[in-house]
Design a protein around this ligand. Sequence first.
Ligand code: GCO
Length: 478
Amino acid sequence: MSPSTPADDYRGSGLLFPPDFVFGSATASYQIEGAAGEDGRTPSIWDTFSRTPGRVWNGDTGDIACDHYHRVEQDLDLMTELGLEAYRFSIAWPRIVPTASGEINQKGIDFYSRLVDGLRERGIRPVATLYHWDLPQYLEDAGGWAARETTDAFERYAEVMGRALGDRVDTWTTLNEPWCSAYLGYGQGGHAPGRHEPASALAAVHHLNLAHGRALQALRATSTGDPDYSVTLNFHVLRGQGDGASEAMRRIDALANRSFTGPMLRGEYPADLLADTSSVTDWSFVREGDLATVHQPIDVLGVNYYSTATVRLWDGISPKQQNDGHKGAVGGTAWPGSDQLVEFVEQPGPYTAMGWNIAPEGLEELLVSLSEQFPDQALMVTENGAAFDDHVADDGTVPDPERTDYLRRHFTAAHRALQRGVDLRGYFVWSLLDNFEWGYGYAKRFGIVRVDFDTLQRTVKDSGHWYRDLIRTRALPV
Ligand code: GCO
């Protein structure tokens, strides 16, 4: 290591990744597919939400997005060009089961079947997520994730997909970031369906956990291949401030992290979570037998990481705005009944275009901490990446040195975790394509491939070329 690259700058040059480490990239259905009304697809909660004035920046919707639905062959070729070893995508539930009648839409299945075949033909492993937030609107109309019946529908959908693709996918993932679905969707309201009901948010937490367990059972019963089974969680890597720092961190760790890892990986809700939220709900929606259903073995735990979060206790006297951490925080500020709330505070930079602080050491810390908490659990980074305000240079290239630097530093962090004995199987860059960034619409670009949203033309950014070289050499460029 040269003197200009001190050990803690996370810019490891030449670090070599093991031969079986999987390099991939990720997307999600609503963010890239478009074709919102085609081939039998009906609206999801994100179609409804994005059409509601004031919800999404600029009134953007996923109606066209990257038009991936029509350009899937071209996008598959792009993946080959980049040398991806795995591709993580999600399935749009309303394409598969478009109406409350439960009837299956074969055209929807055919689309994903072609995608999976196209990946396999190119030697790219298909990693399929069942739920990346596009709940069919008819299910939301019947109560959404706050209603237990949604888990019945999810189990049936999982069975259908297990039968359709379970002979060919490499990895099944039940849910992507249920934290966002529950707390941002039903508590803070910044995501679809945009409800502000703390008790419903906690009911949603449990129903998502239950849906995960039921889907794993259904997928295992119907998949005839030998897929791995997983779930993807976004973890809060916490820092504390002030006198009550450790108490503030404990509360958010319980609410954001252990509310999912507890039931999924240990078969129980943490006692402190139940106590902290007792003025909001009595958790009577947890029925006998549920926790055993939720607690199914998984082969790999998907970890999404972007930045850290800093919290402190707040006495509730001075009027404070709820700050937005990762995708808008659900601090204690959302929870009535306690005289000391938790607030998310601004963090030291540097920042990405999302305003998220860049902290690669947080990824290393998270991976090490998870492998200490769950020693037998293999891990996979299923999302990491950064939005920056890219521009196209005169020669048509897209120089994005900040994104490359962000990725280099986080790959270094992952490598350090490997060196520290973490069973880390692979890494998916978020995202393959610039896409619909939820409440931010098309304003935030996360892709290693640029998408011109007028012409829909794709251009591999410099970071994409950098990633291709990393995959080819398995070594961080010097
Ligand atoms: C996620 C989201 C992605 C986001 C990305 C950046 O799983 O967090 O699934 O859809 O686009 O995280 O916010």
